[in-house]
Design a protein around this ligand. Structure first.
Ligand code: ATP
Ligand code: MG
Length: 172
């Protein structure tokens, strides 16, 4: 039964949706390791981003492979990683390395996202970037293992919703 072991989870969503907040809290609740997507970029991507150049899908491939590899190594013991994973194709790349990955999609209204980002210090993201992320976003399809949570709820409630969902997976 899946729920008897710790899951391998990717917390996904657009920037400011709460991936770091919810993901680190979920990892603590599950007593598993936590990984931040940004830490998996090869140096070439870090350099590109530092130069203000957007990454393309070829740049993202080694990054997604690194995250997927990290998740695959933790199959059985469980893990939580953040990754925007906005496109189905990105999630397919993660699953190709770590097939048992389940997703927690943090989904919110544009107004809530803008308000959250406005409150956050040390981060700057123009509204146009949020709009483009929302355009790119492909929500979880019915054949993808995972659950979608409304970010209007508190991080505690979202973590609880995920744990209940995961428990249900074991009862089917
Ligand atoms: N469910 C929530 N309810 C209220 N505030 C939240 C919630 N989740 C996150 N926040 C707040 O929203 C802001 C953005 O959260 P966070 O940094 O976790 O998002 P993120 O998805 O990791 O962003 P990024 O993509 O830039 O890494 C933070 O100020 C955080 O405290
Ligand atoms: Mg984050």
């Amino acid at each position: 039964m899946p729920s008897e072991r710790a899951p391998v989870v990717v917390v996904m969503g657009v920037s400011g949706s709460g991936k770091t907040t919810v993901g680190s809290q979920l990892a603590r609740r599950l007593h598993v390791v936590y990984g931040e997507a940004d830490d998996f970029h090869p140096q070439s991507n870090v350099d590109k981003m530092a130069a203000g150049q957007p990454l393309d899908d070829d740049d993202r491939r080694p990054w997604l492979e690194a995250i997927g590899g990290w998740l695959a190594e933790r199959r059985g013991e469980g893990a939580v990683a953040t990754c925007s994973a906005l496109k189905r194709g990105y999630r397919d790349q993660l699953r190709s390395r770590a097939p048992s990955t389940v997703f927690l999609h943090l989904h919110g209204d544009r107004e809530v996202l803008e308000e959250r980002m406005g409150r956050r210090s040390g981060h700057f993201m123009p509204t146009s970037l949020l709009a483009s992320q929302l355009d790119i976003l492909e929500p979880l399809a019915s054949d993808e293992q995972g659950v979608t949570a409304d970010i209007a709820r508190s991080p505690d409630e979202i973590v609880e919703q995920f744990l209940v969902w995961w428990q249900d997976q074991g009862d089917e």
